[in-house]
Write a protein that binds this ligand. Structure first.
Ligand code: NAD
Length: 486
């Protein structure tokens, strides 16, 4: 195990200053692979959020007065700095999250890429003219909301924190970011970069627990636009809290229970490889887009199941900083306990445990939040593990007989984030892609995100779309002007 990292203290960024919380309190950061203390972050409060709001509010008019191209240059400078410090960010993030280093490299690059993508979209912040009468010019323009609040989850901390600023800033807003309390250390580096490169108050980062920091953002009457990424219950809590205070524009990127549907014309070897990769074991399944439900036609079911089990049982668990590790530990003790509880429910409700289900053996795994990669067969939609998001390394395999049954199973949960459909038959592919109630659907693909296309969920998986023009425009309000010409 690499113990070379010093104890790391991250600070918050408020009004251009790197600061502790006004509370003077701190939250510990623990390496989930070893349970060692690796750092600490300020335990922010509602007063810190209010201070961040005042700074963001003061900075916003001057920021919005810049041309979009000038704002874009700032974003590009932040992206460059992130690339320069990529290795430092990567190693800290891997130790703080337990996610494996090979996959996390992509996260750090993606953090820079989202800034670069939105930096180039400034000229798209445009309105339209409408021929609604002959004696007026009717035009719409887009204006920023003002101060935007963004609350992010633990699974991709730096990627989400960086995404969190890109579109709102480009649209002329200033931002308050609330990182995840379990894995906030990389946000400290982002705070340093923003402090060096952006005007004070344009980006503010307030660390701490959901209650009080996230809740204070939800309830702050001056923060009229909030974007949240996280679980369904928290998304609903934010909507409730905000509605008690005022009318707010809230978008939600929430959980998934994503189906990967396999038609009879596929090759079991290829599908086994795809299914294991799409489950995101390298993040211990802690990815909203994990294809955690594998729906296989009965003609292929047994062959696919056997090959999937073989591959999953062979996954190498180990030090997340070791490039050969294919799976690390769960992010936190609380989450580890929750996932173990879900696995137990699977067993109790009669699903067939094919591999995994417990802690891996060996001295290496005595400390830390380690769980074996797990596969259940004979899963049904009425079982807890068949319908609720586990957000862990647990794949549920279903068998189906006809196309309608596959669609019914796919649509049987309250989630509707992604779906993946595998067939060589183009008509079947289109039919099924239209029939699944999911916001992001791959045919003969899985997991990949394509910047410029709209990502987001249907049903309880969310509200709004990100990663494309929709996201940028969602940080603007439309104002309509009627200019009399006669
Ligand atoms: P979570 O909902 O527990 O926490 C997310 C964030 O909300 C954290 O920063 C937390 O501190 C904050 N929070 C907690 N309580 C709050 C409250 N009452 N008010 C305001 N903020 C509060 O989620 P998590 O466990 O960190 O992340 C896992 C979830 O995120 C999964 O459901 C996963 O599917 C989802 N997720 C969705 C996407 C997506 O793009 N759709 C991406 C990643 C993760």
């Amino acid at each position: 195990m690499n113990n070379s990292l010093q104890l790391h203290t991250a600070l918050m960024l408020i009004g251009g200053k790197l600061v502790e919380s006004e509370s003077g309190l701190w939250l510990d950061s623990v390496d989930p692979a070893t349970e060692e203390l690796i750092g600490r972050v300020p335990a922010g409060t509602a007063a810190d959020v209010h201070n961040a709001f005042l700074a963001a509010e003061a900075a916003q008019p001057a920021w919005a007065a810049l041309t979009p191209a000038a704002r874009g240059q700032y974003l590009l400078a932040v992206a460059r700095a992130m690339r320069e410090r990529a290795d430092e960010i990567l190693r800290l993030e891997v130790r703080d999250t337990g996610n494996t280093i090979t996959k996390m490299k992509g996260d750090v690059l993606q953090a820079a890429k989202s800034l670069e993508f939105f930096a180039g979209l400034g000229s798209e912040i445009k309105g339209e003219s409408v021929p609604a009468s002959t004696d007026n010019l009717h035009v719409s323009i887009r204006e920023p909301y003002g101060v935007v609040g963004r609350i992010v989850p633990f699974n991709h901390p730096v990627k989400f924190a960086s995404n969190a600023m890109a579109a709102p800033l480009m649209a002329g807003n200033t931002v308050i970011i609330k990182p995840p309390e379990q894995s906030s250390l990389s946000a400290g580096i982002l705070a340093e970069i923003c402090q060096q490169l952006l005007p004070p108050g344009v980006v503010n980062i307030v660390t701490g627990n959901g209650m009080p920091v996230g809740d204070a953002i939800a309830r702050h009457p001056g923060i009229k636009r909030i974007a949240f990424t996280g679980s369904v219950p928290t998304g609903m809590a934010i909507q409730r809290a905000a509605a008690e205070v005022c009318v707010k524009a809230i978008t939600l990127e929430l959980g998934g229970k994503n189906p990967l549907i396999v038609l009879p014309d596929m090759d079991p070897d290829e599908i086994a490889q795809v299914a294991v990769s799409a489950m995101n074991f390298a993040w211990q399944g802690q990815s909203c887009g994990s294809a955690s439900r594998l729906l296989v036609h009965e003609s292929l079911h047994d062959a696919v199941l056997a090959k999937v089990v073989e591959r999953v049982a062979a996954l190498r668990l180990g030090d997340p900083l070791d490039g050969d590790s294919q799976m690390g530990p769960m992010n936190s003790k609380r989450h580890y306990d929750r996932v173990r509880g879900m696995i137990q429910k699977g067993v109790d409700e009669g699903a067939r445990l094919m591999t995994g289900g417990g802690r891996p053996e060996g001295a290496r795994f005595e400390k830390g939040y380690w769980l074996q990669p797990t596969v259940f067969a004979d899963v049904r939609p009425d079982m807890t593990i068949g319908r609720e998001e586990i957000f862990g390394p647990v794949l549920s395999v279903f068998k189906w007989r006809d196309e309608q049954e596959a669609i019914d199973i796919a649509n049987s949960t309250d989630y509707g984030l992604t779906a993946s459909i595998w067939t060589h038959d183009i008509k079947t592919a289109f039919r099924m892609a239209k029939a699944v109630r999911s916001g992001y659907v791959w045919v003969n693909g899985a997991s990949g995100h394509f910047y410029g296309t709209a990502f987001g969920g249907m049903k309880n998986s969310g509200l709004g779309r990100e990663e494309g023009l929709d996201e940028l425009l969602s940080y603007t309000e439309v104002k309509t002007l009627h200019i009399r010409l006669t």
